[in-house]
Design a protein around this ligand. Structure first.
Ligand code: BGC
Length: 738
């Protein structure tokens, strides 16, 4: 009895003390490291180990005895995931968690607009804060190595500079809300096929020039507080505990002081998890977890096995302390950061932001003057295609969302032409009829009784007397399309859509094709249609955003964040060794070799001189721009590259001036050009503005693996200024001499 009383009294005394003289760790006004140093010695070994692994599907423990809160993680990256059951992926059925669905990250990337990226981060961070989430699992910035990657829609395109420039303000925006952005998936995780069983074997030059720069910027310029390790292996070791990626590069070379979180189920080994830089293990499918036994989480690699190793001396407390310091930093930066920001959830401004981002990322690929839509009074506008109707927020994997509402394109078009023109819909084809994902349901009925032939015939018949035919099709988020866990097998449009578009082209005078997808598709009918619009999964306001662009309420200014090839076979991945990987004698995991080196995306097509459907950076406007008076001026070891952009058309609009650098005297094979600067400039008709870029030695350099250094070689370079990677308006040579 006496003993029991005593144990009850000690914590009580500690709690009382904490009220009278506030310990440093509880005081948000004290410097971060002081708080960490104050909290750490107060913790027992068991409390420390507990913090390094999950306690539920999306949370990891705090220190209840000390009043240090649990960490709540959430997907990401397009909105706040609905609450899920404690041990399950399925949504829990709460009624207060329907979020604002923001556009997919590929849509954001297509805006080429740093300020919109900050706005996106700010809004989604505020939603996370309101929902009491501490780590937002996003953004994703893996490079578009193959157009087949099922998660292309969740990433920011094929260029490390573009992704790097956009990830920085996103991270800062999220974190300004006291929510950690968890940048994912680190690293060289560029396909979904066998994503947990394939080793990406990449040389250092390729790694540093293509696959790491956006992550480095997120950490060093964006100040990211969290990084998620990826499922795959890199050079033979799993990435959630890959020594080179996590210890040497991320925490060593880049000085990352935040927390490394495993992907869900990405941690695979006790000793490596302890030694190689993983801080929080999440989602592991160890014994019992699938059956949700009450102590499942104690089977995690960083749970009981870790404690045992600490107790018998196989693991050191020093390494554990480093992990716990990082976790404490995360808590102090987020839930214990003080202040009065409690976030905001689904206010009208967030939907407005979503609409603006979605619209500004829509890319006008081609226009023979058919757009913007100007129907005659009472005319018929025929809309054909499943994507005009199908809700797209639900589905796709972990980015699946439960949103407050989603405006479909058909409804938005009906709204805008109400009383002016008749908007009629024909489905044209059946694609994906599912309307639920992880128990989130859209409530739509997508069942269809007509045959494929009948659907096509009905669409063609309806097209005959329509003034405009708007085809709204593309991909969706079902398996083997834009979907986590699977890749596509080709870039050809599914469900017979090419034939349908051709048939419509036979009868329609004004045919507009809107391709809604998150990744490149082939467009063999491109020359037969009047206009082509690339739209994306635009979130809650996707329909409005599309209607804004089609009607000209918003002048399109999006630019492709990836190349739209003519055919898959034109791309750089030619062998199974390159993609999707091979099995080798004596090796447990699939092996994949990045033999194409730095030549992915436009770096490949431009260097090889291979024609594409639409180049990286391409996107038209309803106005026209002139880029003139380009010059390069040297000042020390920098060059000022500038030119004047003029809006020569009759409506206001924005153009993205792009600067590419070409190294013509390199001692190694370098891409024909590489993006090193861009600026989105909004101009009234007749208005002009001088755009200036500063080029430094970093922009001239390539990564020399043998010396492990970036090298700028003296010689001739070219500054290429243009409005896409193919539309270069000025080519100015300049020299760099040591
Ligand atoms: C995905 C991550 C996601 C996590 C949690 C994983 O399957 O790869 O991107 O954040 O699940 O849902």
């Amino acid at each position: 009895m006496k003993k029991l009383l005593l144990t009850l009294l000690i914590p009580l005394a500690a709690a009382c003390a904490s009220h009278s003289e506030k310990p440093a760790y509880l005081d948000p006004s004290r410097p971060l490291e002081e708080r960490v140093n104050d909290a750490l010695p107060r913790m027992t070994l068991e409390e420390k180990v507990a913090m390094t692994h999950a306690q539920s599907k999306f949370s990891s423990p705090g220190v209840p005895r000390l009043g240090i809160p649990e960490i709540w993680h959430t997907d990401g990256p397009h909105g706040i995931r609905p609450e899920v059951l404690w041990d399950e992926w399925d949504q829990a059925g709460w009624t207060n968690d329907s979020c604002t669905a923001f556009p997919a990250l590929i849509n954001l990337a297509a805006t080429w607009d740093r300020e919109l990226s900050r706005l996106y981060g700010n809004c989604i961070g505020a939603e996370a804060r309101y929902r009491k989430k501490d780590i937002l699992l996003g953004p994703g910035i893996n490079m578009g190595r193959t157009p087949l990657n099922g998660r292309t829609f969740e990433y920011m395109g094929e260029d490390p500079f573009l992704a790097g420039e956009l990830v920085v303000p996103y991270v800062q925006g999220v974190q300004s809300n006291g929510v950690a952005a968890c940048v994912k998936h680190f690293a060289v995780n560029n396909q979904e096929v066998r994503r947990t069983a394939t080793s990406s074997n990449v040389d250092d030059r390729t790694l540093y020039e293509i696959y790491l720069p956006a992550f480095r910027k997120a950490v060093q310029e964006g100040g990211a507080w969290a990084i998620m390790g990826s499922y795959n292996l890199y050079n033979g070791q799993f990435n959630c505990h890959n020594k080179k990626l996590l210890c040497d590069i991320l925490k060593g070379e880049w000085g990352f002081d935040g927390v490394v979180v495993s992907d869900w189920g990405g941690c695979r080994d006790d000793d490596e998890a302890i030694a190689n830089g993983l801080d929080i293990e999440m989602g592991t499918w160890t014994n019992g977890l699938r059956g949700a036994a009450s102590d499942s989480y104690s089977n995690y690699h960083l749970a009981r096995p870790y404690l045992e190793r600490l107790q018998d001396g196989r693991a050191t407390e020093e390494v554990l302390n480093d992990k716990v310091r990082r976790i404490l930093r995360t808590v102090f930066r987020t839930s214990m950061s003080g202040g009065d920001n409690f976030g905001r959830f689904t206010p009208p401004e967030h939907f407005e932001a979503a609409r603006r981002i979605a619209a500004d990322g829509i890319v006008l690929l081609k226009n023979d003057g058919v757009l913007p839509l100007r129907p005659q009074e009472g005319a018929k506008i025929l809309v054909v295609g499943e994507n005009a109707y199908k809700m797209m927020v639900v589905g796709g994997g972990s980015s699946n969302l439960k949103t407050k509402y989603e405006v479909i394109p058909l409804d938005a078009l009906r709204e805008v032409f109400d009383g002016k023109a008749e908007v009629v819909w024909e489905r044209g084809y059946v694609g994906d009829t599912t309307t639920d994902y992880n128990k989130v349901i859209t409530g739509q009925d997508l069942s269809e009784s007509r045959s494929a032939e009948q659907l096509l015939a009905d669409a063609v018949a309806a097209a005959r007397d329509a003034e405009y035919v708007l085809y709204i099709g593309g991909l969706n988020k079902s398996r083997n399309q834009d979907n986590e866990g699977t890749d596509r097998s080709d870039i050809v449009l599914p469900y017979g859509q090419d034939a349908l578009i051709e048939a419509l082209a036979d009868v329609a005078e004004k045919l507009v094709v809107v391709n809604i997808s998150g990744s490149p598709v082939a467009m063999p009918w491109a020359s037969r249609v009047g206009a082509i619009v690339q739209a994306w999964y635009g979130g809650s306001e996707s329909g409005h955003a599309l209607a804004d662009v089609l009607t000209g309420a918003v002048n399109p200014s999006g630019k492709l964040p990836f190349t739209m090839p003519l055919a898959l076979a034109d791309g750089p991945l030619k062998t199974e060794r390159q993609y999707p990987g091979v099995q080798e004698e004596g090796k447990q995991w699939w092996q994949e070799y990045y033999d194409e080196g730095v030549f992915i995306g436009y770096r490949w097509y431009d260097t090889e001189g291979i024609a594409v459907q639409y180049p990286f950076g391409h996107g038209l406007s309803y106005t026209s721009f002139e880029l003139a008076g380009a010059s390069v001026k040297r000042s020390g070891k920098q060059w000022k590259v500038s030119a004047t952009l003029t809006n020569t058309g009759s409506v206001a609009g924005a153009e993205v001036v792009q600067l590419y650098i070409s190294d013509t005297e390199a001692s190694v094979a370098r891409p024909a050009k590489e993006l090193k600067g861009f600026e989105k400039v909004f101009l009234q008709p007749g208005e002009k503005r001088r755009v200036q870029f500063t080029v430094g030695l970093d922009d001239l350099s390539w990564f020399d693996a043998s010396s492990h250094k970036w090298v700028a070689e003296p010689g001739e370079f070219h500054a290429l200024l243009g409005t896409s990677s193919a539309d270069i308006r000025a080519d100015i040579p300049f020299r760099y001499e040591k």
